[in-house]
Structures are given as structure tokens and as C-alpha cells.
Design a protein. Structure first.
Lengths: 169, 744
């Protein structure tokens, strides 16, 4: 039975009507109209639907919406603002440094997997500002890219790490 | 429920600034994708390619909209095509944008397949742009009272030579009005030497929105009043032609999911619901009994293919192969095997259809809007011009995945329920009901003389063709299915096999396996057949080099005369720092051994080469590709940065297909249904990649999206021999097959 649930997404409180076991993804897509998290497999195998729950990457396609009650969800749309809060910046930038790096590297082809790549990559950089290549490969291994843009995602994460170090000064 | 149908959007509405079309790069929040109910009678006709206005509209603000029939698949076609148009129009990149591909708005340029977009459709668009420029200059000559040959243009500003004060903007000459002139095909085009945009590394126009989250993918579209739909099929297809026969449906099995309804037409079964999760759950829970005959050749695929009633054709028979093999100093002879592989797009197909009494609007990720329009019309019982197909990009598909199948399913469900329906395939629908790249079996024999000249080459290949209809169409309409067809790209082809090396005696034979005799559905998968062909033929070439104790590069150089094949061979060898030596000349006793290999390949046109550096763990049987170099001569590269990105993607995807990808099936059905049962290359295992674009300014542009795939697979196989002294004759080169090859 659908019931009213309060969830906090990108710092905004919303009340959504949904069964408690509805995967968070469908609520974000259909009730809140967000484009970041998107369907890929529905099995938590690919990373297409990734969002941050209290700053930790989760797969919204298998996470019941009730899990998010009383917690903070950040989607791709809210990532620049989250970055600004983490860095105590006065104003949120238009894009997270990893997003800027991906434009510089001309990384995506179809780009569909980039929601997950950016969410996971930003989580990694927030925990480990200067990851090694091996650490990046390990952290990103749960995210698939069918176009074969892994090397450019690698370069983008490394470039973002440098941009963030620069911005820290 | 929406009943107030708005008129179908025509190209005229677009020129008037019609509100409904979302331009290529304009993609705001979701509300901008909330299109109204759109089905309506009297759909507009497809633009006439003979008319200039069908291709380009010049606006009052001195910008231009380009109407191209080719769709963006993430390969950068839109950017490349806009470069070509802006070049001939003398506009800046910032002044041009592309209209969304739509059968009522953009001309029919055929399917976006075989890497033909820039090759075949670039010239078409270039001619239209040159024609537009000429028409504008005629108007400017009158306005400025100066002869047209004294006018120059920069960024859409026309000035009189030597009198820069006399100037007029394109936008002031035509501003959103139509030219109303026919294409003559005679407008002068710029010589290559004057290019300022084409051949430069213009950044992709779609990337900023793709990383910001603003890009509207097909999966994002919603319309008011729509229902969510899912198809219900057996998990994993059976033999092609058997369909999915419904024995019985127990609708009560989903009675606890309020609002979910079963829809059925023929054997096409689906569920619809207001809420997506209800549709997903209902599709999962609905009890259907299917008739699934055990007709697949599980465990004996290649035996079945070889024993089948093939239709045989001799593609090439030059010289006297048996005689030449009889006198050759060395012969290499082996049988090679390639698997069924899946397109396995990262996201399953999605489509949204609104079908009314005499019209339909179908939004989908088709590679060929005008092609699927005909299938939709046939399935819905409408005339083709009553169906409007609008393209939205989905995840990269690399050929004919389920996008058209899904579009037809959405349309049938919408027609049945009388409301717009959005269908998204589930992961198992997409992987289990794909049109797979067909399996391939090859007997190859090559002969070399003592001096290292290839004297004979013989290749016999077995495979079935591609089905021409889509599953939803076949299930809905019933009746006998058409046998899969053969064709140039579906054959043992001479471009890949006998155009590379100078060989006096060549015989190529194609054995067409009847696709209805118990096989899977087949379709074009990126670089069709080439991976299997290069895997077999380039290993044969390498064996001949080894037989005469020659370096693989020197051996190839000796046997190639075409300067463009020599060009890519040298380019990749140079980039990789190739050092001349005989393969596997100094064996190592270590558990983990390294090897380097080279190979060539193509897809009908263009010239591809690759060098692979790999490691082999001889105990576990694991192959790790460390570094791949790929060179491509695709004639004039309109945007070398786009070609580099394509080469990188090809190298990574070819690694996945060489080492991992294989569709599994039992007697009754495909069992590769998710990323665990159809694994692909992951982040931890991707190789370093080095792309090399061989720019040929004096050659026409040819395909650049497929042609390095075969070379890469061949190079990995040859590197395996260099590392181990053994050959793997079947791919994917899994640890199991590697261990067996090492034991043999």
C-alpha cells in the first residue's frame, strides 16, 4: 500500500507517495523527476542508478525507499552543492571538479553510465583525495562502461584530484 | 487520461519555433521533456531530400539548424556532421545546431550502421551546405549590389571584398524563411586546403550535458497520462522461429498488485500500470505457461553448423589454391571458432509510444527511424505516413540490439490500452532476447614459400544470417517468421580476407547456415564477422611467418603492396616501438609470461591495425591485456579526436569480446541474462590504449567505428602465441580454453 514518506533529496524535503519497498530509483525518477540516477540492470550489478546516501554510494535500484527515510540522498544533480558544503565554499560551483575533468578529457561516448561513474568517483575523491591508479581501479570496479571509456574515466579522476588539490590551496 | 490530442509536429512547426521539439542541446529539467499527448491524425510527410530547406534552416539570429537523418549513438556523429555543415556554410561551430532526428522533421539518410554516417552522409550534408551558401550569396549579391564572386563570408557575415563596410548577415538575408529551391548538386565546395573546421579537434557538442545530468536520454522521457509497461517473455529466447508461444496466462497471479493489467496481442504479452514499480513487479510475478521446444544445439553448436544444410557460395576463387598448397614450403591449417556475442547495451532499451486511431508517435532509440517506422506501421495496421518516429539517444548499442523490438512493444501496448505507454526492457529481456552477433566456424589453410611469400590462402566460413523482423512484431502478428538473410557484411568477405595481402591463389567460401534450423536470433553487432575472421586469418598469417622464421611485421610488409595497408602496419609498429624478431623465439619458464602480437583488419572499408602486449598466467590460464595500440586509416578524418575516442573504445570492447564475452544457452533457452551470466570487461582489467589516426587528406572519409576491432582480437591471439608458443583457436580466450591450449 502506498503511504506518504518523507525523504530528503539534494537538501530538499519531499513527501512522496509510494510503497515502502519501492526501490528508491523509481521514486527519484518518477516522483521527483531526477535524471541523474537511471535504470541499468535493477540488480545492483552495473552502477547506473548510484546515488549517495549520507555521502556513501548505494544502488538505488535495489534500495527500498523506506531506507532513505530520515537520511540524506544526493543525486548527480546535487553533487556540486554537496561538494561546496564539504569544502565550505560560499557558493556551489556549476559542476563538481570530476564533471569538469570529464569535459576536459572528452571522456564519455554514450555517457549513460556517467551518472554512476561521477557519483562513485566523487565518493572516492572525498575519501581519498589522491588515489593511486590501483585504488581507482578497485574503487570503480563495480561500475561498468560498455563504450570502453575506462581509460578516460581514469584520466578524469586523476585530473579532478589535481583540480581539487589546487582548489584546496 | 489525455484525450486532447495535439497536432503532430511538422517541420513547418519547427521552423516557426514549434514548442514541442526539444533541440539537440536544449535539455532542461524533466518538465521540458514532459511532452503533451502527441498522437494526431494527418502526420506530416518526411522532408524531401531534393529540397534545400529539408537540410538547413538559417535563422534571423544568424544561426543555422541542420537537419540530419543520422542519429547520435555516442560516437560523435552530430559533432562531425555539424563541423562539415559549418565548414561549407562559413559559420562558426557556435552558430550551428542539429535538429532532433524525427521522421517528420529530418530527411531519411538510412540507418546509422556500418560506420557509414560520415562516409555516406557527410558528402550529402556538405553538398546541401554548399548549396545553402550559394543561395545566400545570390541574395547577398542583390542586397549589396555586388557580383557574387566578390563576396566573402566569415561566421555568417557577408562582406564585399576590398570594401568591408558593405556587409550583411545571413540571418538578415533569409531569417527563418524558406529558400524554396531544389538541390542542384552543383554548388562549388571548398577544397580541403581551405578547411578551417573539418580535420580539427572540435570538442563534442553533447558532452557537457552528458556529464551535468541535463542530457535527455530516452529513458528519461515521460508524458502526461502515460502508463508504465513491461514485456513478459520466457527468460531467454529459444530457437529462432519458435517465438514465445503462450499456453496459458493466469491473470489472478497479479491480482494483488492493484492497477496492474495484463495486455496481450497474439503471443506478445505485457503488463501496464500507473506506477513503474507495479509494472516491474507484475511482469515478474505474472504466471505464464510457455511452449518452449528444446531445439537449441547446446554443447554441439559448431558440429550442428558444420552438419547443416548450408547454402554455399564461392566469394573469390583466384589462381589454383590446391596446386599452390601442394607445392608450398610450409602450410598452416586449422579450424577456428567464434561465439554468439551480445550487444549488451549498458542500459536496456526503452520506448514511449502514443498510438491513436489513425496515427502514432513513437519515441525510441532506433538506429534507423525510417526503417522502424515501416515495421511499426505494419504491426499497428497504419500507413507509414501515419507513424511518426522521434529519436532519443539511449545507452550505446553497437548494432541492432532490442531498441526497435522495444519500440514495437510500446506501440502495441499503447494501441491496446488507448493511452501512451512507456516500455523499458528489464536486463534479462535485453540480454535474453537480443539479436546476437552470430557464431562463426572457419577452416583456414595458408601456404608460404621458402622465401616468405604467401602462395595460397583458403578460407571456408560457416554462420547464419540476420533476422529481418523484430521479436515483438513476430509475436504480435503471428504467422511464419522469415528466414535470416545473408548479405555483404554477413559473408566471408573479400575485403577483410583477400584485400590485405598480395596473394596469387585465394579461395573464399561462404557456407550460409539456415537460421531457422535451431539457432539464436542474429543481428549486426559492431564489426560483424570481422572479429571471427581476423581471429582466424591473422593467426594463420602469423603461423606462416613463424614457419619461415620471420618477424611478423617484416613478413606482413613483404606480402603487402597496398600503400594504405602498409601505412597502418608501419604506423602501429612504430607507435608500439616494435622490435624485429621471430615470435616466441626465447621461451620463458616463468609462471607468468609476456607476449606481443600484431594483426590487421577492417570492416569492408578503412584500414585497421593493432599491436597487443599481454601477460599469460600459465597456471590459472588468465590472460591480462596490458597495452593495446590501434591505428586506423579512415581517409580524411573529419575530427581526429572523435576517431581517437572510437579507436580507444574499439580496443577496450575488443578486449572484452576476445577474452570474456560468450552467450550461453541450454537446449531450450539462453541463460546469459545479467552481468554475472554475461560478464564484460571491468574497470580493474582494462588495458592501456594508444590510438593512432592515420590522416589522409586526399582520400574520402570512410568508416571509423568498427575497423580496429578485428585487428585487436587478432593481435591478442598472436601475442598469446608469442608468450606461450601455443595457439588458442576458439574465443573468447577464457582461462579454461587457455589451460587446454597449453596442455595440448
Amino acid at each position: 500500500m502506498a503511504e506518504d514518506l518523507k525523504i530528503r533529496v539534494n537538501e530538499q524535503e519531499s513527501t512522496v507517495a509510494a510503497d515502502r519497498d519501492t526501490p528508491l530509483l523509481y521514486v527519484l525518477s518518477n516522483e521527483l523527476g531526477l535524471q541523474g540516477p537511471r535504470f541499468g540492470c535493477g540488480l545492483a550489478q552495473c552502477g547506473s542508478c548510484s546515488v549517495l546516501l549520507d555521502g556513501v554510494e548505494i544502488r538505488s535500484c535495489i534500495t527500498p525507499v523506506a531506507t532513505a527515510e530520515g537520511r540524506s540522498v544526493t543525486t548527480l544533480e546535487g553533487l556540486p552543492a554537496l561538494y561546496a558544503r564539504q569544502r565550505n565554499l560560499a557558493k556551489a560551483p556549476a559542476l563538481h571538479p570530476l564533471q569538469r575533468a570529464m569535459i576536459d578529457e572528452q571522456a564519455p561516448q554514450c555517457g549513460y553510465c556517467y551518472n554512476g561513474m561521477i557519483i562513485k568517483g566523487s565518493e572516492l575523491l572525498s575519501q581519498n583525495p589522491q588515489p593511486s591508479e590501483r585504488e581507482i581501479r578497485e574503487a570503480m570496479n563495480g561500475h561498468l562502461c560498455r563504450c570502453g571509456s575506462y581509460p578516460r574515466i581514469m584520466k578524469s579522476i586523476q585530473l579532478a584530484s589535481r583540480i581539487m588539490a589546487e582548489e584546496r590551496r | 487520461m489525455m484525450t486532447s490530442a495535439q497536432p503532430a509536429l511538422s517541420r513547418r512547426d519547427f521552423l516557426k519555433g514549434g514548442a514541442l521539439i526539444v533541440g539537440f542541446n536544449i535539455a532542461g529539467p524533466l518538465t521540458s521533456t514532459m511532452l503533451g499527448s502527441l498522437a494526431a491524425p494527418a502526420a506530416a510527410a518526411t522532408p524531401d531530400p531534393e529540397l534545400l530547406d529539408s537540410w538547413i534552416a538559417v535563422h534571423a539570429d544568424n544561426t543555422a539548424t541542420v537537419f540530419m537523418g543520422k542519429v547520435e549513438l555516442g560516437q560523435g556523429t552530430t559533432t562531425g556532421m555539424l563541423q562539415i555543415a559549418a565548414e561549407e556554410l562559413d559559420l562558426a561551430m557556435s552558430q550551428v545546431s542539429a535538429a532532433r532526428v524525427d521522421t517528420n522533421v529530418t530527411p531519411n539518410q538510412g540507418p546509422a550502421v556500418a560506420s557509414l554516417s560520415i562516409m555516406d552522409n557527410g558528402p550529402q550534408l556538405r553538398a546541401a551546405a554548399a548549396e545553402t551558401r550559394q543561395a545566400l550569396l545570390r541574395l547577398a549579391a542583390v542586397r549589396l549590389n555586388a557580383p557574387a564572386d566578390r563576396l566573402t563570408v566569415k561566421d555568417g557575415v557577408v562582406t564585399v571584398e576590398g570594401d568591408p563596410g558593405r556587409a550583411v548577415l545571413y540571418g538578415d538575408l533569409i531569417g527563418d524563411r524558406q529558400f524554396n529551391v531544389k538541390m542542384t548538386g552543383k554548388a562549388p565546395q571548398k577544397p580541403v586546403s581551405q578547411y578551417r573546421l573539418v580535420t580539427t579537434r572540435v570538442p563534442r557538442v553533447d558532452i557537457p550535458d552528458k556529464v551535468s545530468g541535463k542530457y535527455v536520454y530516452m529513458q528519461h522521457l515521460r508524458v502526461p497520462g502515460m502508463l508504465h509497461g513491461r514485456v513478459v517473455r520466457p527468460r531467454g529466447q529459444g530457437a529462432y522461429g519458435d517465438g514465445a508461444r503462450v499456453v496459458s496466462i493466469d491473470a489472478s497471479s497479479i491480482s494483488d498488485i492493484a492497477g496492474a493489467r495484463v495486455m496481450r496481442r497474439g503471443d506478445l504479452v505485457g503488463v501496464v500500470a500507473d506506477r513503474e514499480w507495479d509494472a516491474v513487479r507484475a511482469a515478474e510475478k505474472l504466471k505464464v505457461t510457455w511452449d518452449v521446444p528444446p531445439r537449441l544445439p547446446a554443447g554441439r553448436l559448431f558440429e550442428a553448423m558444420r552438419a547443416s544444410r548450408t547454402i554455399d557460395s564461392v566469394i573469390v576463387d583466384a589462381g589454383d589454391v590446391p596446386a599452390a598448397l601442394g607445392t608450398a614450403a610450409h602450410i598452416a591449417s586449422a579450424t577456428y571458432y567464434g561465439p554468439y556475442q551480445s550487444h549488451a547495451p549498458f542500459a536496456p532499451s526503452c520506448a514511449l509510444a502514443d498510438v491513436g486511431a489513425g496515427s502514432a508517435l513513437v519515441m525510441c532509440s532506433t538506429q534507423f527511424p525510417h526503417g522502424v517506422r515501416n515495421m511499426l506501421a505494419q504491426t499497428l495496421g497504419l500507413a507509414a505516413d501515419q507513424v511518426q518516429v522521434r529519436y532519443y539517444e539511449g545507452a550505446g548499442v553497437f548494432g541492432r540490439a532490442c531498441h526497435d523490438d522495444c519500440a514495437i512493444a510500446a506501440a502495441v501496448l499503447s494501441q491496446a490500452v488507448g493511452r501512451p505507454v512507456r516500455v523499458q526492457f528489464m536486463r534479462w529481456d535485453e540480454l535474453g532476447w537480443d539479436n546476437y552477433g552470430p557464431a562463426h566456424l572457419a577452416d583456414v589453410r595458408g601456404g608460404v614459400d621458402a622465401a616468405g611469400n604467401i602462395v595460397a590462402f583458403e578460407y571456408e566460413g560457416w554462420h547464419h544470417g540476420w533476422n529481418t523482423a523484430e521479436t515483438s512484431q513476430e509475436l504480435a502478428l503471428g504467422g511464419p517468421v522469415q528466414p535470416p538473410v545473408s548479405g555483404r557484411a554477413r559473408l566471408v568477405n573479400k575485403e577483410t580476407l583477400s584485400a590485405v595481402y598480395s596473394m596469387p591463389n585465394v579461395r573464399l567460401i561462404n557456407h550460409h547456415v539456415p537460421g531457422l534450423d535451431g539457432y539464436l536470433k542474429g543481428g549486426n553487432l559492431r564489426s560483424p564477422l570481422d572479429l571471427s575472421i581476423s581471429f582466424a586469418s591473422e593467426q594463420t598469417i602469423d603461423e606462416l611467418a613463424h614457419a619461415v622464421q620471420m618477424d611478423p611485421v617484416a613478413f606482413r610488409r613483404r606480402n603487402i603492396t597496398d600503400p594504405r595497408w602498409l601505412g597502418v602496419l608501419d604506423a602501429v609498429a612504430q607507435a608500439a616501438g616494435w622490435e624485429s624478431r621471430v615470435a616466441h623465439a626465447s621461451p620463458s619458464a616463468a609462471r607468468v609470461v609476456t607476449g606481443r602480437g600484431i594483426a590487421l583488419g577492417t570492416h569492408i572499408v578503412s584500414y585497421g591495425s593493432a599491436v597487443a602486449d599481454i601477460e599469460v598466467d600459465r597456471e590459472s590460464g588468465e590472460i591480462r591485456v596490458k597495452h593495446l595500440y590501434g591505428a586506423l586509416d579512415a581517409g580524411l578524418a573529419a575530427n581526429p579526436a572523435l576517431v581517437e575516442n572510437q579507436i580507444e573504445g574499439m580496443l577496450i570492447q575488443a578486449t572484452s569480446r576476445a577474452l570474456i564475452e560468450e552467450v550461453q544457452f541450454t537446449r531450450t533457452n539462453v541463460t546469459s541474462l545479467d552481468w554475472k551470466t554475461y560478464p564484460v570487461l571491468r574497470f580493474a582489467d582494462y588495458p592501456r590504449v594508444t590510438p593512432i589516426v592515420v590522416q589522409r587528406l586526399d582520400e574520402r572519409s570512410t568508416g571509423a567505428g568498427e575497423e580496429v576491432m578485428g585487428a585487436a582480437v587478432g593481435a591478442i591471439a598472436n601475442a598469446f602465441f608469442d608468450a606461450t608458443g601455443a595457439r588458442v583457436r576458439e574465443y573468447p580466450m577464457t582461462p579454461d580454453r587457455v589451460r587446454r591450449a597449453l596442455k595440448a
